[in-house]
Design a protein around this ligand. Structure first.
Ligand SMILES: Cc1cc2nc3c(=O)[nH]c(=O)nc-3n(C[C@H](O)[C@H](O)[C@H](O)COP(=O)(O)OP(=O)(O)OC[C@H]3O[C@@H](n4cnc5c(N)ncnc54)[C@H](O)[C@@H]3O)c2cc1C
Length: 369
């Protein structure tokens, strides 16, 4: 077997680490000059999105021998809507960094990889197919899967974010559910440290969202964050991601090509969480190639989670600000906190089954404008 991995991100590196554990050394091709050479960003792993896994870090190390450290655990989550406020406390998950920094997930995974990485790669998928017996697509986008007609797009999203300086509690995350600042989407603040945080808005690009002026939406969000936090935050760095594709590949494996991470459809459309599913797809390809399972079977639970998450997204999109106020205020209730923090329930799975009959669109149909 001669294996090429296209992309040294979460899924590609997790795949390489797992292959190496079975004594197989792939060649990794990365188009950038180093791992994580993109914008620096704070992301989160929340167990509520990955049930029945309750602690993603413990699961990755104990079950798959992949060792990651977070920036901090999350013990407090504040929710803000137009006129509501809610607070949930408990062990809610972890914050991690992405990008060039030493502690980013990419850098941590890179330090565990022994295989050769060709940086500044210009090799195309077609060229790799000529030279390798197996190609693993791990490029973080659906472009190649779309080119080979193997990807169903459900929605695209716009994301705009900034690194801000201020005073933060490293264990405290804030979320905004307000159609005035993120129509049918959400905003959030994740601290990197006591002095620095990332603030982001994310919303779907539907036709009725097309007339939105992103800059004025951003100004409204930034002003609201400063007001809600009672601070004058200083912006030091900014990023924007347009038409970020969310969808699912039809066939996780086509011949000897495997689709992993976002190329597979790891990004969950409900709230945009894709880190753990991305690493799992990489791990599962390695298991398949080493005779430990069938990729198509191993990814079935991820495909189910994707569909559940799509139902949640469609339900969320039907909520106006008044309903969002009601939901956010309900979060102050002890029962809601228990549901969100207990590891005995999978609230998103339950919610998706309850909501499925009320969501309007057919998940098999592309929802691109
Ligand atoms: C702004 C933002 C916030 C997010 N927040 C969260 C969050 O809080 N929690 C969460 O769980 N998920 C979050 N996600 C989703 C998560 O980041 C992705 O699902 C995950 O990183 C996808 O992993 P991947 O391996 O598919 O791609 P990546 O980790 O992005 O890696 C892809 C790699 O492939 C390389 N590449 C691209 N094209 C080529 C090519 N032609 N040849 C060679 N190499 C190539 C890239 O340079 C990159 O290194 C967020 C995403 C964004 C954009």
């Amino acid at each position: 077997m001669k294996i090429a991995i296209m992309g040294a991100g979460l899924s590609g590196l997790a795949c390489a680490i797992t292959l190496e554990k079975f004594g197989v050394f792939p060649t990794i091709f990365e188009k950038r000059s180093r791992v994580g050479d993109r914008f620096v960003n704070g992301e989160a792993l929340l167990p509520i999105f990955n049930r029945p896994i309750n602690d993603d870090y413990a699961y990755l190390s104990e079950k798959h021998g992949i060792f990651l450290q977070p920036l901090a655990n999350i013990s407090k989550m504040n929710f803000y809507s137009e006129n509501g406020q809610g607070l949930v406390r408990g062990h809610l998950g972890f914050i991690n960094s992405r990008g060039r920094e030493d502690e980013s997930f990419e850098s941590q995974l890179f330090r565990q990889v022994k295989s050769e990485i060709t940086f500044n790669s210009k090799y195309t998928y077609e060229e790799l197919l000529q030279d390798f017996t197996h190609v693993i697509m791990a490029t973080g986008d659906a472009e190649y899967a779309l080119n080979v007609h193997n990807f169903r797009v459900d929605l695209t999203a716009t994301l705009k974010g900034a690194t801000v300086e201020g005073k933060f509690d490293r264990h405290h995350v804030s979320i905004w559910l307000d159609n005035h600042v993120a129509p049918k989407g959400y905003g959030f603040l994740l601290p990197y440290s006591e002095k620095e945080a990332v603030i982001t808005i994310a919303y779907p690009d539907y036709q009725d969202n097309q007339s939105i002026n992103l800059d004025s939406l951003w100004d409204r969000f930034y002003t609201k964050v400063c007001k809600d936090l009672n601070q004058n935050l200083r912006i030091t760095d900014q990023f924007e991601v347009n038409r970020y594709i969310m969808g699912l590949c039809e066939y996780p494996r086509l011949g000897n090509t495997f689709f992993t991470g976002n190329c597979f459809g790891a990004m969950m459309p409900g709230f945009g969480f894709g880190q753990l599913p991305s690493m799992l797809t990489g791990i599962y390809v390695a298991h398949d190639l080493c005779g430990k399972g069938k990729y198509e079977e191993l990814v079935k639970p991820l495909r189910k989670s994707y569909h559940n998450s799509l139902v949640i997204r469609q339900a969320m999109e039907q909520l106006d600000n008044h309903k969002l106020d009601l939901i956010v205020n309900l979060l102050n209730n002890r029962v809601s906190t228990h549901i969100l923090t207990t590891n005995k329930l999978n609230p998103l799975k339950i919610a998706s089954y309850i909501l499925r009959p009320f969501t309007k669109s057919n998940p098999r149909k592309s929802r691109l404008p």
